[in-house]
Design a protein around this ligand. Structure first.
Ligand code: FAD
Ligand code: FES
Length: 264
């Protein structure tokens, strides 16, 4: 984990309130893994006091070396609004990489990803990481759900790897009408995958974990809780989990990726 003052390389609109940002990160990210996150803070003390967490969306490489990271973020409040107005070249305080990763077993071949809205952010990194490791991505699939068409982002990044892409929107504006768990449950009942990796709102994660449990599919779920310190020093991100024994776990230190069976 490294804290550095770095610069924004790009900060481009993607769709609606969603933007993709590139940050220079000349050291510390060679070993970054999909599921890990960073926290950001403005350098001049402007904006919120607490650092804000964002999943690593991709690595920027030059001549085989990691020189930066990509983030994908949605403008939802004060920090992200301020972030969206920052031009390339602006300084920003970056801390990371933090947390654990999806830890996909080497034997897993048919890997399905499930994203709710901005939950695609770490899954794009996961898909590219697996492709680089030599996984046949045509055996893998992604299920992306959102409220409306504008929430369905990064579909091209999965499709270009040869993955099957299943889209749903609650208003029926794109893909099938309904929740992302509809087509997921249907597909899983006929031909279950080796592993489910999910990121999105808690109700979606619980539903995905339920499908996984019913079909006996291993499931890894990335939680997006409110955080304060981001490094295990406060209780800001504690969530009650189940498993072998009921316990509170810190999303920043024990997660953000949890076994689906631990979700309460
Ligand atoms: C491990 C982790 C990874 C994340 N990755 C991403 C990512 O890749 N892209 C992205 O856009 N966002 C991500 N988030 C959520 C992101 O941290 C929040 O959207 C951001 O902190 C909001 O800051 P704000 O000041 O703009 O909004 P605030 O004014 O703080 O909040 C605006 C609204 O968003 C809600 N909110 C704030 N933080 C969260 C949160 N962590 N989870 C759910 N709701 C929240 C608040 O309750 C409020 O309703 C991640 C969160 C975690 C914990
Ligand atoms: S955010 Fe402080 S312990 Fe996790």
């Amino acid at each position: 984990m490294i804290q550095m003052e770095t610069i924004i390389r790009f900060n481009d609109p993607v769709s609606g309130d969603c933007r993709r940002m590139g940050l220079a990160a000349p050291t510390g990210y060679d070993a970054a893994r999909p599921g890990q996150f960073v926290t950001l803070r403005f350098v001049d003390g402007a904006g919120p006091l607490l650092r804000r967490p964002f999943s690593i969306h991709g690595l920027i490489k030059e001549n085989g070396s990691v020189i930066g990271i990509e983030l994908l973020y949605k403008v939802v409040g004060g920090f992200t609004r301020q972030l969206s107005a920052m031009p390339s070249g602006s300084p920003i305080d970056l801390l990371g990489p933090l947390g654990n990763d999806f830890a996909v077993p080497d034997a897993a071949r048919r890997i399905w990803m499930v994203a709710g809205g901005i939950g695609v952010a770490p899954l794009v990194f996961l898909a590219r990481f697996l492709a680089e490791k030599g996984v046949d991505m045509t055996s893998c699939a992604v299920f992306i759900g959102g409220r409306s068409a504008g929430d369905l982002v990064c579909t091209d990044r999965f499709a270009e790897l040869g993955m099957a892409v299943h889209l749903t929107t609650e208003d029926g504006g794109a893909g099938g009408k309904g929740l992302v768990t509809g087509p997921l449950a249907k597909e899983a009942s006929s031909s279950p995958p080796d592993l489910l990796c999910a990121c999105g709102p808690m109700p979606m994660l619980r539903a995905v974990a339920g499908i996984a449990e019913k079909r006996n599919i291993p499931c890894r779920a990335s939680m997006e809780t409110i955080m304060a310190c981001g490094v295990g020093a406060c209780l800001g991100c504690a969530v009650e989990t189940r498993g072998d024994e009921k316990a509170y776990r810190h999303v920043c230190r024990n997660g953000p990726v949890f076994d689906g069976g631990w979700l309460k």
